[in-house]
Design a protein around this ligand. Structure first.
Ligand SMILES: Cc1cc2nc3c(=O)[nH]c(=O)nc-3n(C[C@H](O)[C@H](O)[C@H](O)COP(=O)(O)OP(=O)(O)OC[C@H]3O[C@@H](n4cnc5c(N)ncnc54)[C@H](O)[C@@H]3O)c2cc1C
Length: 369
């Protein structure tokens, strides 16, 4: 299918930042310490690689620990991956990436067992079997949860502990990744694949100021971009940095229109958001409230989901603007947002640290490809 092209303004190739004052090397850099980044780090270790995880603030400051719902996986013998795929595609109103759905339904049980193996504790019946429940869109009991509605917090805790147990995973907190570095190559711009990052490590990190990390590959697992909206349930770190720095480095980004909105969040007076998280993050109002009869109104007090779907407010737990095309929902009142996690892996086929140094600064600007 031919995709429409959009004429974007020229982007600076690199952010304006001081030249790196220090340089280190590692096998693979993982940017981000949520479920995506820490899982990638553990898998890379299984492949025998040294990993450096860098994260903007503290290890658990991303979205992962806030996730309330459980994890869907086909564990009941009466359930099948095909049934899970069917439910997923119905919920995705024809917009699902079939290959991604296949991975989700076929690998789900293995990934869940992996989490259990590293120590995640999910809710169980007195006989020790996993409790399986249902969430919006599922026609079978296939949701595993932890601490009732604290699944994300348990997944983050277990992954954090597993990473801490491995001496070959280095964690650098308070490290803001600025730019991707690219090796010399034969691309149209004279550059090749990503070979590292520049980062600003604040006082609490082990290095101070701007530095550079060079590696054979870089994984961007920087989460969502809810903070580009005026109100969001995403934490303060969800500012879309990974997408921005990948674009500056010339990567093609896709599906950025898929911003997930949770339909209900609590708008609080300025400065009174989620306790301890600052006013940038609004508390999420559980969909259980709509299950109990609460409904959604627009700025005129009118219910806007009636007539849009047979289940009205109970149609879906989360909506994306593209999936809800034609729905008369008021963007100004859309209060929560996140994008699916960024996951860009680039490889640099050298086996040992490079003998050259990438150019830190570039006066050039380039249009994204
Ligand atoms: C309130 C809330 C409720 C949710 N409920 C559910 C639910 O019920 N079910 C569900 O499936 N999902 C839910 N989600 C979504 C789910 O939490 C996320 O999709 C998932 O956690 C994303 O994981 P991640 O690893 O991609 O990103 P994150 O966990 O957000 O991790 C991103 C990491 O990247 C780091 N980072 C970002 N930029 C930089 C940078 N420039 N330099 C260094 N580090 C950087 C961040 O600090 C963070 O460590 C919810 C999200 C929220 C906010």
């Amino acid at each position: 299918m031919d995709l429409p092209t959009v004429d974007l303004p020229a982007l600076p190739a690199l952010l304006a930042a001081p030249a790196p004052g220090w340089v280190e090397t590692t096998d693979v850099i993982v940017v981000g310490s949520g479920v995506a980044g820490l899982t990638a780090a553990l898998h890379l270790r299984e492949a025998g690689l040294h990993v450096t995880v860098v994260t903007k603030v503290n290890i658990d400051d991303g979205s992962t620990r806030w996730a309330q719902g459980g994890i869907a996986a086909v564990l009941d013998p009466a359930d099948t991956p095909a049934a899970h795929a069917r439910d997923t595609e119905i919920a995705g109103v024809g917009l699902c990436d079939r290959a991604a759905v296949r991975v989700l339904v076929e690998e789900g049980p293995t990934r869940l067992r992996e989490l259990i193996r590293i120590g995640a504790e999910f809710d169980r019946h007195p006989d020790g079997s996993l409790m399986l429940t249902r969430e919006g869109g599922h026609r079978a009991d296939r949701i595993v949860h932890a601490g009732g509605d604290a699944t994300g917090a348990e997944v983050q805790r277990a992954l954090h502990a597993a990473v801490q147990r491995d001496p070959w995973i280095r964690l650098v907190e308070h490290a803001l990744v600025l730019d991707l570095l690219r090796a010399p190559g034969d691309g149209p711009d004279g550059l090749g694949p990503a070979c590292g990052i520049t980062l600003h490590v604040l006082g609490e990190g082990s290095e101070d100021g701007v530095g550079a990390l060079l590696a054979r590959a870089v994984v961007l697992a920087t989460g969502g971009m809810g903070q580009i909206f005026s109100a969001t349930t995403n934490p303060g770190v969800s500012t879309g940095d990974g997408v921005a720095l990948a674009m500056r480095a010339g990567a093609a980004v896709t599906d950025v229109e898929f911003v997930q909105f949770h339909p209900t969040a609590l708008i609080t007076p300025a400065g009174q958001g989620v306790p301890g998280a600052g006013h940038a993050q609004q508390p999420l109002v559980s969909e259980a409230l709509r299950g109990e009869g609460a409904y959604l109104v627009d700025s005129d007090g009118k219910r806007f989901m009636v007539g849009q779907h047979e289940l009205a407010e109970l149609a879906l737990g989360t909506w994306s603007p593209r999936a809800s095309t034609g729905c008369c929902w008021p963007p100004a009142r859309s209060t929560s947002s996140s994008t699916r996690g960024t996951w860009v892996a680039t490889s640099w086929p050298a086996a040992s640290p490079p003998s050259w140094r990438p150019a830190w600064r570039s006066a050039s600007t380039r249009r994204p490809t």
